[in-house]
Design a protein around this ligand. Sequence first.
Ligand code: PGA
Length: 253
Amino acid sequence: MSFRLFFFAIIILMSKPLIILNWKMNPARPSEAAKLFKATVASASAKLNLVVAPPFIYLSELNKIKSGIQLGAQDISSETAGAFTGEISGLMLKNQGVKYVLVGHSERRWLIGESDDLIAAKLSASLRAGFKTVLCVGELKQVSKAQAWSFIAKQIKRGLADVPEDKFKNLIVAYEPVWAIGNGHTATLEHSSFIAAEIKALLGDKTPVLYGGSVDVTNIKSFLNSPDFTGVLVGGASLKVPSVKKILHLFLK
Ligand code: PGA
């Protein structure tokens, strides 16, 4: 391949929208996980970078299914090995084919009770292990853009406190307003674009920013058509085959 062709191939690869399907604690059975994954693979378009983040327990089986889809983990231990009951290390994830890791998802912050210190340690562990690492941030309730940003800026700065700058290249930030998760209320494009612009002003223009919070077939394109967002994080709408198909078929044309 000539240098020019190689260069354009890289640009095309980089400009593909990134869609991360976060299955959270679903589905209950391995057979359902395989079925959902295969349906997702069947609808996947080469125009997308598609990532499925299933519960840890399904990674091994899904990794055996041939697909163009990358696997993500919903969490990672801040530790590398040893006596840490219930934890999953970066090396374990690597050995299951995981390429992307979510850190600081709002459900882990606010429902499970992960502290800022723990999230910072996990972010550092994940970036040091070489994963494309998605730091999830977002304000708790509907407030002004400026108030939301002041809250999020603190989450980002605290999260990155232990990360050396040369590890920032694999960092992705997901803006997920907590009040918009799982309930059909999305943030306006104006509000979320403002936050995305502030994230880029803080971390550099090249930092990919995702939007998450009730993304579905009706609104996904508005976020992906916006130059402020590299992609989206989809929760509820990634769990039912018809809904996944509808979303992914938008990108087949
Ligand atoms: P949702 O979840 O799409 O169900 O709102 C998104 C997320 O929590 O990542």
